[in-house]
Design a protein around this ligand. Sequence first.
Ligand code: KIV
Length: 284
Amino acid sequence: MSSKKPSIFDLYQMKVRGEKIAWLTSYDFPTAQFAQAAGMEMLLVGDSLGMCVYGYNGTVPVTMDQCIVHTEAVRRGAPNCFVVGDMPLGSYQVSDEDAVFNAIRFLKEADVDAIKLEGGVRIASRIRAITDAGVSVIGHIGLTPQSSGQLGGHKAQGRTAETAKMVVEDAIAVQEAGAKMILVEAVPPEVTKYIWETLEIPVLSIGAGPHCDGQLLIVSDLIGQFQAFTPKFVKKYCNVAQLITDAMTAYVKEVKEVSFPDEDKYCYHMVEGEETKFLELMNK
Ligand code: KIV
């Protein structure tokens, strides 16, 4: 278990040493505890909670209030992880003022170490405004789920020379606007490598290959809990959905056949001699 929360400076030192950063999403207290015990440096309370926790079709309906509540729980579960709050759709698109207001909410109400927002060139002024207000920003480029409608769905980005150039321009804009790190999603490894070699800030990947400073995965994918779809870049490390369903099926069966609860094993018996007294009392 990490005994001290890494600072931005510690994460930069990891980049310098060539030590990879392990980053995972988390939406609740117990998962955050497990992630910290596993040695995770960073946690993202992603707006993917809309799909993974609330069962929405996408991230669009997720609100700031929902993000804050889940981020508070994760913070409590993982005091020694670098926790990142994810700005949901509507919390930063309208104006720099909105963006700063909501980023500060994350800091004051959920004690985050940084916030993440989606977009490159088009969102640079928001990154600058939030950074100037004293909140660390992590940029997110490539496949940006909040604008997946405009991108033609959840599709890999930068697969042609022209679109790869646009992804690189986004990456440069994010760094120049003052972001402390950048997350690249669903971009070919050749393009991520170029970005990694071009930028100075740490480059993290989700589905963007190994040439970078660390990886992010969605916890519900990693543990085999999310059922709706599995992107190509996801590696499932266990099948929690099967484990939970098996346990619940066994419980249903035992309830029906009254083999649970075993009276000696799972019950609180009356104090010795009290049952006779109790029955006498009831018969008065
Ligand atoms: O919300 C989230 O979990 C994210 C990841 C898809 C990067 O933004």
